[in-house]
Design a protein around this ligand. Sequence first.
Ligand SMILES: Nc1ncnc2c1ncn2[C@@H]1O[C@H](COP(=O)(O)OP(=O)(O)OP(=O)(O)O)[C@@H](O)[C@H]1O
Ligand SMILES: [Zn+2]
Length: 829
Amino acid sequence: MLEFAQAPQSNRRTLFVDVILPLAISRNYTYRVPFEMNDHIAIGKRVVVQFGKSRLYTAIVAGVGELAPEKYEAKYIIEILDNKPIVTERQLQFWHWVAEYYMCNEGEVMNAALPSALKLASETKVTLNKEYEFDKTLLNDKEFMITEALDLQPELTISDIVKLLGQKTVMPVLKSLFEKNIIHISEEVSERFKPRRKTFITLHPSYNNQDNLRELFEILERRAPKQADAVLAFIKLSRQQKTVTKAELIEDSGAGDGSIRALIDKEVFIAEERAISRLRYDEDEEAISTFTLSDVQQTALEDIQNQFASKDVVLLHGVTASGKTQVYIRLIEAVIATGKQVLYLLPEIALTTHIIERLRIYFGGSIGVYHSRFNDNERVEVWQKVLQGEYKVILGARSSVFLPFQDLGLIIVDEEHETSYKQYDPAPRYNARDAAVYLANMHKGKVLLGSATPSFETYYNARTNKYGLVELNERYGGVQLPLIEVVSIAAETKQKTMQSHFTSVLIADVQQAIENKEQVILFQNRRGYAPVLMCRVCAYTPKCINCDVSLTFHKHTGKLHCHYCGYKEDSPSICPACGSTHLEYKGFGTEKVEDELSVLMPDARLARMDLDTTRSRNSLQNILNDLEDKKIDVLVGTQMVAKGLDFADVTVIGIINADSLLKYPDYRANERSFQMLAQVSGRAGRRGKQGKVVIQTYDPSHRVIRQVIENDYADLYSTELEERKGFNYPPFYRIINIDIKHQNPEILYNQAEYLANELRKHFGERVIGPEAPLINRIRNYYIKSIMLKFERENTSMAKAKALIRETITQFQTTKLSKGSIVQPDVDPY
Ligand SMILES: Nc1ncnc2c1ncn2[C@@H]1O[C@H](COP(=O)(O)OP(=O)(O)OP(=O)(O)O)[C@@H](O)[C@H]1O
Ligand SMILES: [Zn+2]
């Protein structure tokens, strides 16, 4: 806590601060600094202020000055929370840029940027950290009171605590409890990164002596033959490989866990638990850290470094399993050797724990990991360590662009085409890939975008020489890209060779793979059992009560679920409309694929990876571990399985139905389908043996499928680009969508028409709509979309955005706008 008692008398200047409040308000507010705080106030520190009637918030100081606000009387700051700024001035500039570019407020950016424990507000919830034992006698009175209250009532809001202590200044007490690890602040899902551990077995050194070993055998063979088998198996295995794990020993010897444990107790075996990496080409750690790049990788690396001399951004376009990660590692090494920091962005970090492990081997303690599955205490810890420059490499999902970097030399955006870099909701609706380009520029650092299937925007920038371009056209180790076979569902249906959703070709390939002790991934881009339940008599389908979507049946819960708002209801056994009992499930999701496969292949070990099976703590990790340990023969999953998985024994990939991707009503459908199909296919045969992909479709001659088979990205790009040009789409045009929402559809209609007309006054033909989006009601709000298209060349987007903002603000001052929500989305994805 700060001590103000000795503040020098002389500093009695009247100071004001501009603060950013963590709210969706359009501007910053000015507060007055009490004299005794004059010496402590600084940009980037948090202050507690009152906003509105009685709400307390932590705000960030964005400016200090002597000017009083003109239109209102400034309230006083209640307290200063930090001894040192926790946000750098450069970050504040970055927030400002994000707010301007993505047409939102700095408060919204602040909300996305700061871990919630750093932005306490009246409604923030506080709980005790149950995993931590502490000595209450060491607490001061106020800390004690709070912990006592939390014993009685497991959750308190900050307002509760204000009442409890009878004072407004509670934040420092909470901050102190938080730093002592005694409380959690608005705890969310927490999932600490855990390296995988395995038990390694070695033989006690005394049995290096042949006589001792022979003696041991004789005894064991008589008394415990299973144990003798285990020792034999150990000797055999240790001749073939450098290390022997307990799991391998059990599998090879047929001896049970009990026998091995008995041998450990007898000190014949020595067991040691060690963290292991997921690298299978060699489990020996030293060998890993001294890997060498192949010639093509080395050339690519040098090429990237050369291009950085003249380009700020370089695209590494490398086929799947070409070893882009290894090239990144060399680049990172070079940058941190100069003392600068590196940000390594990944689309969905939970899926890429093996990359974390790989990097940990090289960069040890200087690497930090940051993503939303971590709890707040952990996120604050990472924040501090980045601020202090302790972490040199940060591996993170999109929100890590907001960390307080000191000196960023390089940002790597892996799988740059991924849609998860874009935040849809809430604002800021930013794309971390694009924001990274601006961020790196602020630090005078470089950006490397990596992908096997680049986004068109990026590829366009590379082809027009705005970005550098480096290609890596072969898989590491000369492994061939998988063979792709397209199978017509229509033809097999006619020949009656389909078994539920599987063609005979796919079934045969899956069976062959299982026989060969290899693994299979089946992709179906829909979760749940069946997306539509329909009455065969009257065609009634149950819809969500809050949204304009049909409900998906989930067998696991036996209920109908809304995937947009989470609403659930029991699945009816008779049609609520006509009373018929002929209800039919239409379509199919991952749950059904898994279910039907288990009937067709009762002996295969199946698992499923989608949002439903990975919600709980560690569940995703467990699936990946099982895949790694070969406890899974077939993994069924949604697009989650397309993201960077690198497993050596996956040889067969099945796309259960390519049509739903290809038919998606969006101008990007072809680009997306190609990316998805090529990425999923890329999981097959990554080491040694060539993989096989089966694509099931009703439309085998579809152009995009041919392009996927031929791995002809260039052809896809040029054909699509012609169409984009014709229809004024990106990359030739920039899009801004404005969604307008209201609970009443008639009022919404009028609002949307009005707003569109106002926009047309400025932008004419560039304004399209309003139109109802694909799903025109979500959570009881009806939605209309207005689209604006701007020529990429010769448009000042800053001016256009300012005009749009003005028009929206003007609309919001009209009576008509009452009850509406207006949400601009810049570069929608
Ligand atoms: N120089 C190297 N030495 C040893 N192993 C390598 C080397 N380069 C790549 N590998 C191995 O090859 C496999 C594929 O590499 P990696 O996962 O980096 O490919 P990628 O290009 O990122 O693929 P994707 O785009 O599909 O994610 C990995 O298991 C990696 O460890
Ligand atoms: Zn709903």
